[in-house]
Ligand binder design. Structure first.
Ligand code: MV4
Length: 459
């Protein structure tokens, strides 16, 4: 096992990883920016080294500085968390060449999934369902038109180097296809330095279901069941749950098997997530793979009892998975609410600033993953998530009741947060009945029913 691990991240996930290291007897080294000097991860890591000013591209994204700290502190491995350098192939390669273990997949595995057109082709060959679409990258306007007419509108143009909703265009006719083709290419070229795009049939109002997998270097691949991440706004997930209220046991089995097949197709090693789109008639399609640990990993931990971060560290250290598939027996229901320092009554505008009063909920089945505390100043430079509230109950109804109780107990003063919105959503008929898709939040916002909770004070 590693003696010392460097954590190349901040906020709640840095704290989550530091905690796992402590419990495993691993020393932790945290790199941090000037803006994070008063943060809990800095206090709790065994060592913390400031690597630059607030802006990410002068600190958390500076590979050279992070590697320098890793070498000076003589760490065995680097945990990248999520975001920042977590899916940066170049960073994983540098780690490797410096004899530092990157806690994640190999550069080749990252490459295989990082290029979305390539991943699609690999999945097709492996027999994992994909949406109808172009065989590969589309070179010309004419080619795009032929494919789109064959698929029938609507279609979606996606950047090969994109993912997570970046660089996409939906087209309902020839004119918007041609325009979308060029603008997606230009945007992708600018954002990723790679203008390759491909086309798929557009599935309207899909559900977003993802399967957590763990794969060790001995070829063992486990699937830890699914998470329903359909409750999202502009590609930002808000509430995640496991199991999904929308799928049958038969579909669950198929998704799990498809996820294992997907991981095996790229000889994947580490923790990872296979994302699927779900159509209205239980059709499912591979969407993309996330080759990192995700924000919402705790919901899976709560239902399976598997500490995903610890397993991921063990896998990176060359150890075998501690579980067999048979030993993974999901129990009960878990829900995660993301709590962002944003004002939901002002179009989710970020609200950085000082937390004047802070009291987190607790009690049986309640978990709070957060780096927030009373007196903490939320810096304006990074994403606005300040906490994740995760609850576990025997049934979905128990979990919802617990979730709402805990949200009501959560006191954060000084900055606006998304807690009122989480309370509103968890109170809707659709959420309670488990009938929602990726378009739900947008439809709710258009209806104006959330806005009304402000004046009435009701949530
Ligand atoms: C799609 C789609 C419909 N049809 N692909 C969004 C994120 C990126 N991973 C792919 N995304 C989508 N791909 C086809 N063929 C709809 C989306 C999509 C979406 C997917 C999951 C969750 C929320 C979403 C919101 C808008 C669009």
């Amino acid at each position: 096992m590693f003696n010392k691990v460097l954590i190349a991240n901040r906020g709640e996930i840095a704290l989550r990883i530091i905690r796992a290291c402590k419990e495993m007897g691993i020393k932790s080294v945290l790199v941090y920016s000037k803006a994070d000097e008063d943060s809990l991860p800095v206090k709790f890591a065994d060592q913390a080294v400031c690597i630059g000013p607030a802006q990410s591209n002068e600190s958390y994204l500076l590979i050279d500085r992070i590697i320098s700290v890793a070498e000076i502190c003589d760490v065995d491995a680097i945990h990248p968390g999520y975001g920042f350098l977590a899916e940066n192939i170049h960073f994983a390669e540098i780690c490797k060449s410096c004899n530092i273990t990157f806690i994640g997949p190999t550069p080749d595995q990252m490459r295989a999934m990082g290029d979305k057109a390539c991943a699609r082709e690999t999945m097709r060959k492996a027999g994992v369902p994909i949406t109808p679409g172009s065989g590969g990258v589309i070179e010309t306007e004419e080619e795009a038109l032929v494919i789109a007419r064959k698929l029938e509108y609507p279609v979606i143009i996606k950047a090969s180097a994109g993912g997570g909703g970046r660089g996409m265009r939906i087209a309902h006719n020839d004119a918007s296809l041609i325009q979308g083709f060029h603008s997606a290419k230009t945007e992708a070229e600018k954002a990723f330095g790679n203008g390759d795009v491909y086309i798929e049939k557009f599935i309207e109002n899909p559900k977003h279901i993802e399967v957590q997998i763990l794969a060790d270097s001995f070829g063992n691949v486990l699937q830890l069941g699914e998470r329903d991440c359909s409750m999202q706004r502009r590609h930002q997930k808000l509430i995640e749950e496991s199991p999904s209220p929308s799928i049958s046991p038969a579909l669950r089995k198929k998704l799990g098997e498809a996820a294992v097949k997907a991981a095996k197709a790229v000889k994947y090693v580490s923790a990872g997530t296979i994302e699927f789109l779900l159509g209205p008639k239980e059709q499912f399609y591979f969407m993309e793979m996330n080759t990192r640990v995700q924000v919402e990993h705790p919901v899976t931990e709560m239902v399976t009892g598997v500490d995903i971060i610890k397993e991921q560290i063990r896998i990176a250290a060359g150890l075998k998975l501690q579980y067999t598939q048979k030993q993974i027996i999901p129990r009960g229901h878990a829900i995660e609410c993301r709590i962002n320092a944003e004002d939901p009554y002002r179009n989710f505008a970020p609200c950085p600033g000082k937390i004047d009063f802070y009291s987190a909920p607790g009690g049986y089945g309640v978990r709070v993953d957060s780096h927030a505390y009373c007196g903490y100043s939320i810096p304006p430079y990074y994403d606005s998530m300040i906490a994740k509230l995760i609850v576990h109950g025997d049934t979905r109804a128990d979990a919802i009741a617990k979730c709402r109780r805990a949200l009501e107990e959560y006191i954060i003063e000084g900055v606006a947060t998304t807690i009122p919105f989480d309370l509103f959503i968890t109170g809707t008929k659709e959420f309670n009945e488990g009938h929602y898709d990726t378009g739900f939040i947008e439809r709710v916002m258009k209806s104006g029913s959330f806005e009304k909770t402000k004046t009435s004070g009701q949530s």
